[in-house]
Design a protein around this ligand. Structure first.
Ligand SMILES: Nc1nc2c(c(=O)[nH]1)N[C@H]1C(S)=C(S)[C@@H](COP(=O)(O)OP(=O)(O)OC[C@H]3O[C@@H](n4cnc5c(=O)[nH]c(N)nc54)[C@H](O)[C@@H]3O)O[C@H]1N2
Ligand SMILES: Nc1nc2c(c(=O)[nH]1)N[C@H]1C(S)=C(S)[C@@H](COP(=O)(O)OP(=O)(O)OC[C@H]3O[C@@H](n4cnc5c(=O)[nH]c(N)nc54)[C@H](O)[C@@H]3O)O[C@H]1N2
Ligand code: SF4
Ligand SMILES: [Mo]
Length: 877
């Protein structure tokens, strides 16, 4: 590859907490080629579909280039002066707790450190919280309760060395694909390695698993209490290790009371799981949002930790509980104390000695003595007017917070809202009084910490466009203008990092484990060249695992097992709201899509918001394939496409979280989720709302594709980027009187040649617009949802005039179907044909024949599932 001659710059992926290393080669045209870094210890060169497509998301489309006040562009001085003045005036009049920052686990450590220092040390309030409250808070609380510190004990190597991996509430194949691939690769070498999935829903992570426990939503505490009880009953506890643990007797006692019927699992499945877990020495239990996002999230975490502590399976090779982090710097944010209930470097806000030490170190004028408002409470205080000035940085709460309509209204009603983002095209930015342009991934420098405590550099390869500035600099500029010039007089991220590292040394003197003090005298060059390094990094120790030695961080040095009791999800199903509403992620989109939606190939996999519903429920409710459904909860409503599947249990429904007012306004699913939280962690129960589902009675449905833009305004629409332009699904109750006029409005077309097919009685209208001999746009309207070859049609805009209105592919061009392999654009139908014609019988052969699955490999579990389904069909025939 000739790209090899260009100097490659090492950085870290913008997305998930796996923290894959990437090589960036600027293409000289404002973009860069992105490949996996073969030397990075997280991924050794692998990338998933999202990481592989990073290069396609570096364009300037939609970027916010200048500060704005209201709708008007302004200069930095005016914007920063306004922010500083409004915050200072509000604090002077109403006290420090009348202002708040809501930040993000995607901020770099240096940005995060500065935000936290400004709020906790200088403004003097603890009202800084982060979207990590929606993500990792229950794990933080659970680990602190068990270990006396928020520390992941193990390393990624443990996932390869384990003989049993248990995934609890984790769709690892889609959400941490490179870790999933590392596990599958290890399993290929050691087929005796077993995989168990604990999830109320069947996901692609279940493919190839030895056991899938489709438990009742929220019943994990009962499941793991049952395991703890078996450990005790069978004498499988590690008595020697239990010398390092307190509370075991109480925990065993509570576990003995567990009622396992609430899990809904068959006794033989429970027995199989308990036999496997107890009978395998090297067990890693990986857990994620199915555990954390629950009103009993902290207890779920401790139920898992109890079992590992009781058996001493922690902190040794191939053993341990393993919380996989979501965002690229979820871990770094916890280290800098970005949550409202922590201080920097794992120090405790309520501890006067800790507070005093941080105050002295910062020369801070004032420090809060108590915790600040956690996310859900923070937005409630915004709604009541207690919080009057709010700064939102690097997150999109109008979409991602529970009770999202109320949160959106609270932000809109706040006296003064500042938003720092890279785009104005997000739901939250559109509510800002002041909008500040931030430098994006690829344009800024700093560090992130991944799931296994590895600190890696993100590096800039492109100049920030327009007037965009890195987040730390925007924060420091405001701090200086508020009168704290000296404390925020940073020359760059390396200076911030050194200060942070020095503070960790002070924390270590209080016996804290987060110690990177050996990096406190790193030179600028050393920072520039910093290679990935796992903390701690101190004179005393470097990296490694925690707790294998039985040394914990509670006073007295012991771990704690907790007596736990199952509590059902807080919202109860009832005749009005009979369904349990589960939510989560899809493979190729990242959260509110502000970056991933820019890459056409990432939208081709699942281009529309949907609701998974069991065939029995669908039949009972008269919902057919491709129908739209209206979903309602006591909080709000949504309209989604039905996907009828037995991947969910009867009575459960599932929807992905990614759609927004920009991409599908009726698909904002957090409008349905109540702001109910775990009493210990404050984390919302995002996976167990209750809803009613009915068929959405549309008078018309339409599919459209265009090489231009779309102006959509009907009751249901969802738009996705394509290579050719864009595609959209639409539906409404009353059809427009004149479809051609409406189509011209939607496509922004006045001229062009129109071709049409119309059958009024059947409610069918098809219109194609051609310009200069090429297809510009087309719309297919029908009364019922139609079976069109959408994935083929979406490729046509811009092509020489052809007859598109049949909605079918020409005989010589079979419909590829929805794109499964986004790297090579290979569709489901193409793969199925290869399987059914016998051209490919294994995932490897599909790769040989079609290339599918041979680059990032993120689609390999789905290809395997297609092969398995086809084999099942053949067996049945
Ligand atoms: N493609 C992609 N990857 C991502 C992200 C993304 O947006 N897109 N986001 C990143 C972030 S920030 C995060 S936090 C992670 C999240 O990663 P995951 O936690 O793996 O993802 P989710 O899909 O939110 O939820 C995981 C599973 O929890 C299950 N679940 C629901 N309720 C329960 C329950 O009561 N018990 C159990 N045991 N399981 C339950 C759901 O059915 C779902 O399959 O992903 C990261 N990676
Ligand atoms: N129902 C339900 N709700 C959920 C979840 C769920 O599973 N179910 N998951 C929750 C979880 S785990 C998470 S992590 C959240 C995620 O939810 P959010 O954090 O709200 O989602 P993102 O889309 O990642 O928002 C990031 C924003 O930062 C902007 N941005 C990108 N780069 C930069 C930068 O360099 N600087 C600045 N200042 N801005 C930048 C992006 O344009 C985008 O607007 O959602 C939570 N909400
Ligand atoms: S697994 Fe994918 S999204 Fe996560 S860091 Fe690696 S390449 Fe990025
Ligand atoms: Mo997250």
């Amino acid at each position: 590859m000739d790209g090899m001659e260009l100097p490659a710059i090492r950085s870290t992926c913008a997305y998930c907490g796996v923290g894959c290393g990437v090589l960036l080669r600027p293409d000289g045209q404002g973009g860069a080629l992105v490949t996996g870094d073969p030397d990075h210890p997280a991924n050794f060169g692998r990338l998933c579909s999202k990481g592989s497509a990073l290069g396609e998301t570096l364009g300037l489309e939609g970027r916010l280039l200048r500060p704005r006040i209201g709708a008007d562009d302004t200069d930095w001085d005016t914007a920063l002066d306004l922010v500083a003045t409004r915050f200072a005036d509000t604090i002077a009049e109403h006290g420090p707790d009348s202002v708040a920052f809501y930040v993000s686990g995607q901020l770099l450590t240096e940005d995060y450190y500065v935000a936290n220092k400004l709020m906790k040390g200088f403004i003097g309030s603890a009202n800084i919280d982060t979207n990590s409250r929606l993500c990792m808070a229950s794990t933080v609380a659970g680990q602190r309760r068990a270990f006396g510190t928020d520390t992941v004990p193990g390393t990624y190597e443990d996932l390869e060395e384990a003989d049993l991996i248990v995934l609890v509430g984790s769709n690892l194949a889609w959400c941490h694909p490179v870790l999933h691939q590392r596990i599958l690769a290890a399993q290929a070498l050691r087929p005796e390695m077993k995989l168990v999935v604990v999830d109320p829903r069947r996901t692609v992570s279940c493919d190839g698993a030895d056991l899938h426990l489709m438990l009742e939503s929220g019943s994990d505490v009962a499941l793991f209490n049952g395991l703890l009880n078996e450990i005790d009953r069978r004498g499988a506890a590690d008595e020697a290790y239990l010398r390092h643990v307190t509370g075991a007797a109480e925990a065993f006692g509570a576990a003995a009371e567990a009622d396992l019927s609430v899990t809904g699992l068959a006794p033989e499945d429970l027995a199989a799981f308990y036999d496997l877990w107890i009978g395998t020495k090297k067990v890693v239990t990986i857990f994620s949002q199915g555990v954390n996002q629950s009103s009993s999230g902290s207890d779920k975490v401790n139920a898992i930790l109890n079992c590992h502590l009781a058996t001493g399976r922690i902190g040794t090779p191939g053993c341990g509980p393993f919380s996989v982090t979501g965002q690229p710097n979820a871990m770094g944010g916890r280290e800098v104390g970005g949550l409202a209930n922590m201080l920097a470097c794992h120090l405790d806000i309520e501890n006067p000695d800790h507070r005093g030490a941080v105050r002295d170190f910062w020369s801070a004028p004032r420090m809060p003595e108590a915790q600040g408002a956690k996310a859900v409470e923070m937005f409630r205080r915004v709604a009541t007017g207690e919080i009057k000035a709010l700064w939102i940085i690097h997150t999109n709460p109008a979409v991602s917070m529970p009770d999202a309509d109320a949160v959106r209204d609270a932000i809109a009603g706040c006296d003064f809202t500042v938003v720092s983002d890279v785009t104005a095209r997000n739901d939250t930015a559109q509510l800002a009084d002041v909008l500040l342009p931030a430098a994006a991934w690829g344009e800024k420098d700093g560090t992130v910490t991944n799931s296994d405590r590895t600190i890696s550099r993100q590096r800039a390869v492109l100049p920030p466009p327009g007037e965009a500035l890195p987040d730390w600099q925007i924060l420091a500029e405001v701090a200086r203008r508020m009168g704290w010039a000296e404390a925020f007089d940073y020359s760059g991220p390396s200076e911030i990092f050194r200060e942070f590292a020095a503070l960790s040394g002070i924390a270590a003197s209080f016996g804290k484990d987060f110690d990177i003090s050996a990096l406190s005298d790193l030179s600028d060059t050393g920072y520039r060249n910093l290679a990935p390094v796992r903390w701690p990094v101190s004179a005393a120790r470097q990296g490694g695992r925690f707790f294998g030695d039985g040394r914990f961080f509670h006073p007295g040095g012991k771990a704690r097992m907790l007596p736990l009791a199952y509590r059902p999800p807080a919202a109860r199903t009832a005749p009005r709201y009979p369904f349990r509403f589960n939510t989560g992620r899809i493979r190729d989109q990242w959260h509110t899509m502000t970056r991933t939606a820019l890459a056409p190939r990432l939208s081709a996999h699942l281009p529309e918001p949907f609701l998974e519903i069991h065939p029995e429920d669908a039949r009972r409710l008269g919902i057919g394939a491709r129908d739209l459904v209206s979903v309602r909860s006591p909080q709000g409503g949504a309209i989604l496409r039905a996907r009828i599947t037995d991947a969910v249990k009867p009575g459960d429904v599932f929807a992905p979280i990614h759609w927004t007012a920009q991409t599908a306004p009726s698909g904002r699913i957090d409008a349905l989720v109540p702001g109910i939280t775990d009493p210990v962690s404050g984390q919302p129960e995002s996976k167990a709302a209750v809803v009613a589902v009915e068929k959405f009675d549309a008078g018309w449905h339409a599919f459209a594709m265009t090489s231009g833009a779309l102006d959509l305004s009907c009751e249901y629409w969802a738009v996705a980027r394509t290579e050719a332009g864009a595609r959209a699904e639409m539906a409404g109750r009353d059809a427009p009187a004149d479809w051609e006029a409406e189509a011209r409005r939607i496509f922004g077309l006045s001229g062009g040649v129109v071709q049409s097919v119309e059958d009024r009685a059947a409610g069918l209208t098809r219109l194609a617009f051609h310009e200069g001999g090429r297809l510009r746009a087309a719309i297919f309207v029908s009364r019922e949802p139609s079976a069109l070859m959408r994935d083929y049609l979406a490729t046509l805009p811009g092509a020489e005039a052809i007859d598109v209105l049949t909605g079918r592919t020409p005989a010589d061009r079979p419909d590829p179907g929805p794109i499964l392999c986004s790297c090579f654009g290979v569709g489901v139908n193409t793969i199925l044909r290869a399987i059914e014609e016998g051209a490919a019988l294994t995932v490897e052969q599909v790769g040989e024949v079609l290339q599918a699955g041979t680059n990032c490999g993120s689609c390999r579990p789905e290809i395997a599932a297609l092969i398995a389904a086809s084999a099942r069909r053949e067996a049945a025939e």
